[in-house]
Structures are given as C-alpha cells and as structure tokens.
Design a binder for this molecule. Structure first.
Ligand SMILES: Cc1ncc(COP(=O)(O)O)c(C=O)c1O
Length: 379
C-alpha cells in the first residue's frame, strides 16, 4: 500500500531502513513508510528536470503565504507574515530561541515523556531540564503540577501540541489552565505544532491564535516534515509572536539563519498548495492503523497496554505487567527483531514503555504485533 512493502522499503537509504540488520522491522524513528505524495514528487522532479539548481528563491519566497493559507484552511488562523521566518528545521529555530532567551543554569520546562531532542538540546546547552509528568488515566496536563515544578530560574517551556510521544491533543480546558500559569509566571512558550495535521479527531488548538493573552510570549513551529513525510527535505517555518525574540531574529546578520534548499522549498510549497487530498487519505489510513494496533494489542499481547493516541502515528506502549518490563526495547530488538524507541529516551522513569511508529501497512503492523508476541512468549 502506497509503497509500504518490504521490497521498496529495504531499497531506501534513509536511517529508518538502514540502521538495523535487514531482518529487523524498524518502527522507531518518526518517518512514514508511504511513498512521497505524487504532487510533491512532481514539483521536485520538475525543478531537477529543468536543471533549475542555481540560486533559486522562487518557492522559498512563497512559503510563508502557503503556510498561512494552510493554517487558515485547517484551523482558522494566519500567522502574521512579517512575524514569520523560513528555517531549515524546527529544532534549528527552537535552539536559537533557547540560546537567545535563556542563560546556562536557567530552567526549561517539558511535559514528560517528551520527544527526546527537547531534553538533549536543553541539557547540551547547559540549561536545566525541568520535567513535568503527564500521567494517570488520559495523560492530562495538570496545571497545578506544572506550577509546582517551577522556580524563578524557569524561563522557557518547550511545548509539544499535539504531543510526541503520547499523541495527546490537549483540550481547551487544559490549555487555558496552562496558558494562565505561563502568563502569570512570565514564561516564554515554544509551541511545536508540527503534528497538527495528523490527528484522529478534529480539534487541534493553535495556541497563539486561541489564547490572545499568550501572543506576546509564544513562538509557533510548523513544517511539512511529519504531515507529508519530508523530514529529509529540511524546511520549516517559525512564527515569532514574542517581540523580544523577534527583535533577536531580526537583528541577526544576513545568512545567519540559513534556510531550505530549493528542492526542500518546492516540496513544502507543493504540499501546502496541492497536498490536501493525499493528506486526507493518509490520515484516514493512520486512524485505521491506530485502531488495528489497539485491537491487536488488546487481543494478542497479554500485559501490554496502549494509550489511544488522539494524534500522530506514534503509540506509547506500556510493558509494566510483562516479563520484559525492565527494558522492553532490548529484548524486542534482540529476540523479536523489532526496533522501537525505549521509553527511557523520553523520560528517565518510563523505562517500562516503548514508542512504536504505526505509519506503515496493515500487514507490517500485524508482523510487528507477532514479533512482540513472540518476544513476550520467549521471555
Ligand atoms: C515534536 C517534534 N518536533 C520536531 C521534530 C523535528 O522536526 P524537523 O525535522 O522538521 O525539524 C520532530 C520529529 O519527529 C518532532 O516529533
């Protein structure tokens, strides 16, 4: 289905299908197994066939408007164009904000478990990693717990909405309470919304647009990398609502920020201008995959539980009540020939969890479940 068959996948040169030995099924990194959308391929091919590979800002110069239109059609908001920058990757913009607005030793808050580079960037730059647990039934954001974790050194929140790895779409009530604390405690918020298109129910809430009181302290990250499987094309957008951060970006020497290649820019432009039909079909497939995985986990993997993600193609599996609870990813790889990310990558106390990527074919999902079942049986 859409190229998610093992012959094509094993011919790829990306990290997902080359890092492990060929008998391993990789379900760790957040790339989809589907082929690139035909409209995106055509845009990239056309550039190459024209030999149009010199300095070329044709697509890059249209990207902010294309992102505005996409966000407006999807969620009813337009990030103001003069407050946006085109960057190479979301983490590139995130790292710059962190460098500009915090000092070594300052606290940077994340809601755990969390997409692991958030913590790595914080710790590697000498900032203090302040984790606030999302747990209990439903992994809801608890604003009181958030506030209790803060001290005067906390300056920045790296917020992931929808959330990787839990797949949570935070609801209005959770977000309102979160925003209230951020404003009262004078925090800057980076709202990473790059999963906003891949939701299993309507209702993604863009933070900047929905809560006017946070506008002057909010930075929003957007990209086609997840929705259209274009991570290797290195193109992302940042909207900087915070005037202090904007001033820092605007004062940078020309060439400092960098930007996408013209192939990357063409790909994202085609995605936002012509990719809606493809995306709708992909999301329907991902929702079916999620339901298939949920059902198979319940039926065939005794002791394993799975939180139903409201968004993303990632599932958070809990192996606490199994014989491989100490570190599920290791036996799953060694005996099951299945590569997942172990939970400790996302939170030091989540070692009994693992994150699984279900953006593949129903056949491969069944194979993944069989491999987990085999690992559990042989434990
Ligand atoms: C929440 C989140 N932010 C950022 C990224 C990285 O995105 P990009 O490669 O577009 O910078 C990922 C990748 O999985 C992600 O899940």
């Amino acid at each position: 289905m859409w190229g998610a068959d093992l012959d094509r996948l094993r011919s790829l040169t990306g990290v997902k299908w080359t890092q492990d030995p060929p008998d391993v099924i990789p379900a760790w990194v957040a790339d989809m197994d589907f082929e690139t959308a035909p409209v995106i391929k055509a845009a990239m091919q056309s550039l190459i066939e024209r030999g149009d590979t010199g300095y070329n800002f044709h697509a890059k110069n249209q990207l902010i408007e294309a992102w505005q239109d996409w966000q407006f059609d999807s969620f009813g908001w337009k990030p103001p164009a003069d407050e946006c920058h085109v960057v190479t990757a979301t983490l590139n913009a995130l790292s710059m904000v962190l460098e500009f607005m915090t000092e070594p030793g300052d606290g940077v808050v994340v809601f755990t478990p969390i997409y692991h580079p958030f913590r790595a960037i914080t710790v590697d730059s000498g900032r203090r990693d302040v984790g606030v647990a999302l747990d209990g039934p439903g992994y809801r954001l608890d604003a009181e717990r958030f506030e209790a974790a803060l001290d005067d050194t906390c300056k920045l929140v790296l917020f992931c909405n929808p959330h990787n790895p839990l797949g949570r779409m935070f609801d209005h009530e959770e977000l309102a309470a979160f925003v209230e604390v951020c404003v009262r405690r004078d925090l800057i918020v980076i709202s990473d919304e790059i999963w906003c298109d891949l939701t299993h129910q309507p209702g993604h809430i863009p933070l900047w647009h929905t809560f006017p009181e946070i506008r002057e302290r909010c930075i929003t990250l957007g990209a086609t990398s997840k929705s259209f499987n274009l991570a290797g094309m290195k193109t992302a957008l940042v909207h900087i609502g915070d005037p202090r951060v904007r001033a820092k970006f605007d004062a940078l020497p020309p060439h400092f920020i960098g930007g996408p290649s013209s192939v990357g820019a063409e790909a994202s432009l085609a995605a936002w201008r012509h990719g809606r039909d493809w995306l709708d079909k992909v999301v329907a497939q991902l929702t079916a995959n999620r339901d298939q995985l949920m059902q198979r986990v319940a039926d065939d993997l005794p002791g394993v539980t799975m939180h139903a993600p409201e968004a993303t193609y990632l599932a958070w599996l809990d192996f606490t009540d199994t014989a491989i609870a100490a570190d599920p990813a290791t036996p799953l790889l060694e005996r099951g020939r299945l590569a997942l990310h172990g939970g400790a990558k996302f939170c030091p106390t989540a070692s009994a969890n693992a994150r699984i990527n279900f953006a593949t074919s129903p056949t491969i999902i069944d194979e993944i479940v069989e491999r987990i079942a085999h690992t559990l049986e042989s434990a």
